[in-house]
Design a protein around this ligand. Structure first.
Ligand code: SF4
Ligand code: SF4
Length: 372
């Protein structure tokens, strides 16, 4: 299978280079828009940054900040350029009332992508997601469903704090694969994502085998990120990216290395595509990450020139550290290139990378590496 992640990264690097060199501080319209539709979730993962998990999916996540209404989410989607890939994330997007309609509307106009825990996509929902699938890479539609699985049954249920979570997620994965096969559809691609921790490091290869059994297209090995999230806390001070994030809790190096080696060897003989998060990390760098060996000099970031995130409270971020304003007060295109945004980009352009970037999903190698 073609490595779309690598291809996409080359496109966005080229796109970002134009304003980077010709219009210092400015960005062109975004190619990627992340919309956090809610911070509520029906799971309660022990490493979750949201902390406001709720079974009802309807509680505001903070006493004095209110999440975007579904109408406001539609308005944001309408402001996105048709060329942007819209990634819906949370919390858990499917606990947001009206999310299915929002995804449907966005997928008629844009390429879309969802991050979900997969517990609410059995049966009919899976079929409707497959029906939203893009016909090819040039047409709008749902291109990727990213589903998180943190371990085998006992581990996953313990980490997520729900005894039924594993069964529900596996049911969702099988349903998606079933409808894709029965409708002979390539898209949406299905990606299984696992965040490495001391709790699941011994099971990584077994989780990868589950991914194969569930006929997923991509297996994503994710390094735990320790970056503060300005979108949720609103507390990132200007310049806080000058401080390195705290180290991640170490995992047994020999076991991690062995598990990753087995995955890599097996994947070389299989159709499944391996992916890493951060996308610029190879397996060696993931091992380094868990032992606090940081080599930032080999990396760059173009994200503020091609991407934008909107928090469930309406804050617009061009980096996890930098809120430029709120979409309830200004239009997206105003917030993208206001003074705060331009200052941040100029600062990043001069520094190339900040100490606070270590572990960010948006890190890319300074010299592109060919996919594994
Ligand atoms: S599934 Fe995601 S949003 Fe939900 S509790 Fe787990 S980490 Fe948090
Ligand atoms: S790599 Fe650094 S500059 Fe880029 S988005 Fe991440 S934290 Fe921000």
């Amino acid at each position: 299978m073609m490595n779309y992640s690598f291809l996409y990264q080359q496109i966005v690097n080229g796109y970002s280079s134009l304003p980077l060199h010709l219009l210092p501080g400015y960005s062109l319209p975004p190619l990627q828009l992340f919309l956090e539709v809610t911070y509520n979730c029906n799971l309660s993962c022990d490493f979750c940054q949201f902390l406001q998990s709720s079974d009802s999916g309807s509680m505001p996540a903070s006493a004095n900040r209110f999440e975007l209404s579904i109408g406001e989410c539609h308005n944001i989607v309408e402001q996105a350029p048709p060329t942007a890939v819209i990634s819906f994330t949370g919390g858990e997007p499917f606990v947001k009332a009206g999310f299915a309609d929002l995804l449907g509307a966005a997928s008629e106009r844009n390429k879309t992508h969802i991050f979900t825990n997969g517990t609410r996509i059995g049966g009919k929902t899976a079929e409707s997601l497959v029906d939203l699938g893009s016909r090819n890479l040039l047409t709008p539609g749902l291109i990727l469903v990213g589903i998180s699985l943190e371990g085998l049954a006992d581990t996953h249920n313990r980490i997520t704090g729900r005894p039924w979570a594993y069964a529900k997620t596996i049911e969702g994965l099988h349903s998606l694969a079933h409808y894709k096969a029965s409708k002979n559809r390539k898209y949406p691609l299905i990606e299984l994502k696992t965040v490495i921790s001391e709790n699941n490091v011994r099971e990584l290869y077994a989780i990868y085998q589950v991914a194969k059994q569930c006929r997923v297209d991509i297996f994503n090995v994710m390094a735990m990120s320790m970056l503060p999230q300005a979108s949720r806390t609103g507390r990132c001070a200007a310049g806080s990216y000058l401080e390195p994030p705290p180290p991640v809790k170490p995992v047994a190096p020999v076991i991690l290395e062995e598990q990753l080696r087995r995955i890599q060897e097996d994947a070389a003989r299989s159709e499944i595509q391996l992916r890493t998060t951060p996308q610029g990390f190879d397996f060696r760098e993931i091992i380094n990450h868990y032992h606090d060996k940081r080599r930032l000099a080999g990396y760059r970031c173009y994200y503020p020139w091609y991407g934008v995130g909107i928090s469930a409270y309406g804050d617009l971020l061009i980096c996890p550290y930098t809120v430029t304003g709120n979409v309830r007060e200004h239009r997206i295109k105003t917030l993208l290139n206001n003074r705060r945004a331009r200052i941040f980009r100029k600062h990043l352009q001069a520094a190339r990378i900040f100490p606070g970037c270590w572990g960010c999903c948006m890190l890319v190698p300074r010299k592109p590496r060919l996919p594994r």
